[in-house]
Design a protein around this ligand. Structure first.
Ligand SMILES: [Zn+2]
Length: 135
């Protein structure tokens, strides 16, 4: 087998990222369950990587989990016990709903509130689409 074939085989094993753009990769949460709470240690980093307000991300997560939570410097603290897998899945859901451009699928976007709607404005293709999930 030649080198190119090996390379192809290797590449096909790399799991598909949510972000097609090579600039970004899906941020992973670092969390642990403490008593009846779940603390996400790198919460603000995750929000920063998505270029989003941590308060907006937290609001989304607590609504999805039907719980309450608070921001404390870098961390977020949630009422209840939630697995890292569940939290990472919510980050992916948030990315799909509030970060990726619906037209070109790039993550280089901004949120815009207009009237009572949230729009995703794309800095790559200029599209302005309503966010898929309403807050
Ligand atoms: Zn776009």
């Amino acid at each position: 087998m030649d080198y190119d074939n090996l390379l192809d085989r290797g590449l096909s094993k790399i799991p598909e990222q949510v972000f097609k753009s090579s600039k970004y990769e899906t941020p992973q949460t670092e969390s642990s369950i403490i008593g009846s709470k779940t603390v996400i240690y790198n919460f603000k980093d995750v929000a920063a990587k998505l270029n989003r307000d941590p308060n907006h991300l937290l609001k989304f997560i607590v609504r999805e989990l039907a719980t309450s939570g608070t921001l404390e410097e870098q961390r977020a603290s949630l009422q209840g016990r939630f697995s890292k897998e569940a939290l990472d899945q919510l980050v992916v859901k948030y990315i799909k709903g509030y970060v990726l451009c619906t037209s070109c699928n790039k993550p280089d976007t901004k949120l815009l509130r207009e009237d009572r709607l949230t729009f995703i404005v794309c800095e790559v293709c200029g599209a302005k689409n309503p966010a898929k999930t309403l807050m």
